[in-house]
Design a protein around this ligand. Structure first.
Ligand code: UGA
Length: 443
């Protein structure tokens, strides 16, 4: 098994953590990127982005020689037996998936397969709309390699379900592995790679595998939007939505995960993927009122948080807001789709001045807006003399701020929580005015 060599095209969260997981399981793995500095960094044993736990693993695997980085897709594929396509599929302006990186990397793979003597397995891991593997990747591979699928090379679609911030855990211990196979030979070969992973493995068609990924992300996003709608209902009824969802989540048919109400889901996946499958469904003549509602509800939440802030401290004009957390969730420096951006824009529309702090994401946030934010070195600086603290992502460091500290630093101790970061009763017991999404005491 150790003889099988793996090429991973793409060095983002999916590509690098997949490469790490394969290397950890004994396969010599090379991850490619178009950015030379990223490959150099990886070859020095450092991941090109922050992800908890990844640094130690990368260092170890690079030192052992099982993991390396490269900017040469063709060489990487030529020197391997299996290639995973893990490039990004960002949104186009109409919400559909931009497949240009898929096209470019597939052409490189085909080019490499041209002179290949032995059978090679190509696996699409990127999130791609159903039919992309069969209608785009397959024909490109055959056209530019002159080889035949099923004969000279195999083809699979193997979606990835890892969460940023927990990417190492999720790629080493996935809860299932979906193997969408062109034919049995391809599927069996891929299953062999995963033979030491103990989770359930589902063999299915390629298009099913593609759609499983969109369906899974849409259902998770739906759970969040559902909790958010109930949060707004709960606030009016003076009910704690977290208690409501706890009671709902104990039902084994539902489960308690992803029912945390807040200022909405961000990230590079949920907003993009729900949009992409909605656009695709509409294109093929299917109405999607449910998918539409997931996105509409998500757009309501940031404005709603600002409305709560307004109610909590009165007109925002001339007020200073300390906004804590710029990343789309804790434990990542990623700011794609972060709810911090619409919240901050709305706060400025209302005439507030905003001081911001994030443990890791400040540099990634800066290019997203020209608004005259005050970027702070630490949360103390952000809270000092602000009229209110608004919490956007609940990093542990932010979670650990005590009620006493809020009292000491803020002009008046008022918190508007977009993530239920704190225990409201603890805050209220020492005189901090605590408001937030889905909390029963409303301003
Ligand atoms: C998500 C999925 O959870 C992964 O399974 C999937 O592989 C990944 O997308 C992907 O398609 O690549 P990720 O975007 O990294 O992972 O982060 P999540 O932990 O899912 O959080 C997404 C957003 O939802 C965050 O803004 C988070 O704050 C929010 N969220 C999450 C809630 O508002 N409430 C919840 O209960 C859970």
């Amino acid at each position: 098994m150790g003889d099988i060599r793996i090429a991973v095209i793409g060095m983002g969260y999916v590509g690098l953590t997949s490469g790490v997981a394969f290397a950890k399981h004994g396969f010599k793995s090379v991850c490619t990127t178009t950015t030379p500095t990223k490959a150099e960094k990886l070859n020095r044993g450092t991941p090109p982005f922050y992800e908890p736990g990844l640094g130690e693993l990368v260092k170890d695997l690079v030192n052992k020689g099982t993991l390396s980085g490269s900017i040469d897709n063709i060489k990487a594929v030529k020197e391997s037996d299996i290639t995973f396509i893990c490039v990004g599929t960002p949104s186009l302006p109409d919400g559909s998936a931009d497949l240009s990186y898929i096209v470019a990397s597939t052409k490189d793979i085909a080019q490499a397969l041209k002179g290949h003597k032995s059978y090679h397995l190509v696996v699409a891991k990127s999130t791609i709309p159903p039919r992309t593997t069969e209608d785009l990747i397959l024909p490109l591979l055959e056209k530019y390699s002159g080889k035949k699928v099923g004969l000279d090379f195999g083809l699979c679609m193997n979606p990835e379900f890892l969460r940023q911030g927990q990417a190492v855990h999720d790629s080493l211990y996935p809860d299932r592995i979906v193997i969408g196979e062109y034919d049995k030979k391809s599927g069996d070969l891929l299953e062999n790679i995963y033979k030491n992973f103990t989770c359930p493995k589902l063999h299915c068609g390629i298009r099913e595998a593609e759609l499983i990924k969109y369906a899974a992300n849409s259902l998770l996003a739906l759970k969040i939007s559902f909790a958010n709608e109930f949060a707004r209902i709960s606030e009016k009824l003076k009910v704690d939505v977290y208690k409501v969802m706890e009671g709902v989540g104990y039902d084994f048919r539902i489960n308690p995960k992803f029912l945390d109400a807040g200022c909405g889901f961000g990230g590079s996946c949920f907003p993009k993927d729900v949009n992409a499958i909605k656009v695709l469904a509409n294109k093929v003549g299917v109405n999607t009122p449910l998918l539409d509602a997931i996105l509409t509800t998500n757009q309501i939440q940031p404005n709603h948080l600002v409305e709560l802030t307004k109610k909590a401290i009165g007109e925002l004009k001339g007020k200073t807001v300390a906004l804590l957390g710029l990343s789309f969730k804790p434990n990542t420096e990623d700011t794609r789709g972060t709810r911090a951006l619409p919240i901050i824009k709305k706060l400025y529309e209302e005439g507030a001045k905003v001081k911001v702090y994030d443990p890791k994401a400040t540099e990634n946030f800066r290019p997203l807006t020209n608004l005259p934010l005050e970027y702070c070195e630490d949360w103390k600086e952000a809270l000092q003399n602000a009229d209110v603290a608004v919490i956007q992502s609940d990093w542990e460091e932010i979670r650990n701020i005590t009620p006493e500290t809020f009292k000491k630093l803020l002009k008046k101790p008022v918190i508007v929580d977009g993530r239920r970061t704190y225990d409201p009763t603890e805050m209220e017991s020492i005189g901090v005015k605590y408001y937030g999404i889905g909390w029963k005491n409303q301003p």
